[in-house]
Design a protein around this ligand. Structure first.
Ligand SMILES: C=C(O[C@H]1C=CC=C(C(=O)O)[C@@H]1O)C(=O)O
Length: 414
């Protein structure tokens, strides 16, 4: 089934202007109280608010429909863009379901976007250009009172699911599956997305702090960036906890030397490279992964770069590479079926692509990891998953989900 609810631009709102702004300060400080849209890393990126148009879509052609809709929508705009850089002019934010066929993907064109790239700032407005709001730095009030509850599976049941996955892998049914679990949190007073985004960005400056339609987080994984014909991706898989003092160094060395984690990582890189190859004139992936160190965990990381050959748009490319084995498994179809069998939950937009694109087709989509979906009662549903391969230990994987939940929990609890 395809469900497409779209808004067309009203005649009065067809004018788009991008002008340079020297407004200093943090992008996230400009967000309205209820939150808004965000894609920010190390103080650069995009924030947006207001809704000039919106598309919710599912079904076998979901991403193709979204691409057509954006092309038609943006072609109908009268754009004045002083900068002409990736992210200037009209911008579409998107949060794509883990399973775009069954799940609902959400695309939003904000009325106002403020961007910063290489130190240059700009503001884009659809319709009448607004006065920029006074920046608000959230942070001093007390944290809300929080209560956590198990999501679909309690820890013991989730460990049993991991043990079943390990058996299936040992039986030769598949090589890898990523199993996730959810954690529910209720909050009094209701969670404030702007406050959460500030805290995520402060603790994870090297991650992309994102917010699209109630899904927010700080992801370390870049699924695909397109800038003209240049493509890049940061693939992550293989995780170790952080330790204190010398123990931290020992854990880092053990991760880099772990045959299990290297195998898990190689499958993720391979899945991306295979999917991207048909579109590329050049594609380079280093043979050895590097370590990516975050406040809560370390990952094996590989930066892949390519030059596009065919004229495919960004959403087509995203649809071609998703889901990689960093969030699904190998072979993809068997892993997706096992996820459906064992996780006992709907991932929704968790582990799906999240990001933005402009009218030239440049943009960035990460994977929605280390994130939570805000719930109507003012709380949230947190997600964390782990790659399961031969030799995975259920207790260690459970501990890994706890380390990953800790990324969002630190923002909730401070
Ligand atoms: C699925 C998640 O992480 C993926 C990305 C990096 C490392 C992973 C791992 O080591 O299992 C996962 O593949 C998650 O954080 O929910």
């Amino acid at each position: 089934m395809t469900a497409a609810a779209l808004t067309s631009p009203a005649a009065a709102a067809r004018t788009v202007s991008t002008v340079r702004t020297d407004a200093a300060g943090e992008l996230l400080d400009l967000l309205p109280a209820g939150g808004g849209l965000s894609w920010v890393r190390r103080g650069e990126g995009l924030v947006g608010w207001g809704e000039a148009a919106r598309l919710e879509v599912s079904g076998p052609r979901a991403l193709a429909e979204a691409a057509d809709w954006w092309e038609e929508y943006s072609a109908g705009l009268d754009v004045g863009d002083d900068l002409g850089v990736p992210g200037s002019g009209p911008v579409l934010f998107g949060s794509i379901a883990f399973d775009p066929v069954a799940g609902t993907s959400v695309f939003v064109v904000p009325e106002v976007v403020v961007g910063r790239r290489d130190g240059v700032g700009w503001v884009t407005a659809i319709g009448t250009a607004p006065e920029l709001p006074a920046p608000v730095r959230d942070g001093d009030g007390p944290a809300p009172r929080l209560r956590y509850a198990d999501g679909a599976l309690d820890p013991a049941s989730w460990c049993a699911a991991v043990a079943t996955a390990v058996e299936r892998i040992a039986a030769g049914d598949l090589a890898k599956v990523v199993l996730a679990r959810d954690l529910l949190v209720s909050a009094e007073p209701a969670l404030d997305p702007r406050r959460l985004l500030h805290r995520l960005a402060a603790r994870f400056p090297g991650c992309w702090t994102f917010a699209v339609d109630g899904l927010l987080g700080a992801t370390p994984e870049l699924l695909l960036r397109r800038s003209g014909r240049q493509l890049s991706s940061r693939v992550l898989a293989g995780t170790a906890p952080r330790g204190a003092g010398a123990e931290d160094e020992r854990l880092a060395a053990a991760l880099l030397g772990s045959a299990k984690d290297r195998a898990e990582h190689a499958l993720a890189v391979d899945s991306l490279v295979r999917a991207l190859e048909p579109y590329c004139a050049e594609l380079t992936a280093p043979a050895e992964p590097e370590l990516l160190t975050l406040a809560n965990v370390r990952h094996l990381a590989t930066d892949v770069v390519g030059r596009q050959r065919a004229s495919a748009g960004l959403l087509e490319l995203v649809g071609a590479v998703h889901p990689t084995a960093a969030v699904c498994g190998t072979p993809t179809t068997d892993a997706a079926a096992l996820i459906g069998e064992l996780e006992a939950m709907d991932r929704g937009r968790y582990a799906g692509p999240v990001g933005w694109m402009d009218a030239r087709g440049d943009g960035e989509f990460g994977l929605a990891l280390r994130c939570a979906e805000l719930t109507e009662d003012g709380g949230a549903r947190l997600f964390a998953g782990c790659g399961i391969v031969a030799g995975s230990d259920p207790a260690a994987e459970l501990a890994e989900t706890q380390s990953k939940f800790a990324a969002f929990q630190a923002a909730l609890e401070s």
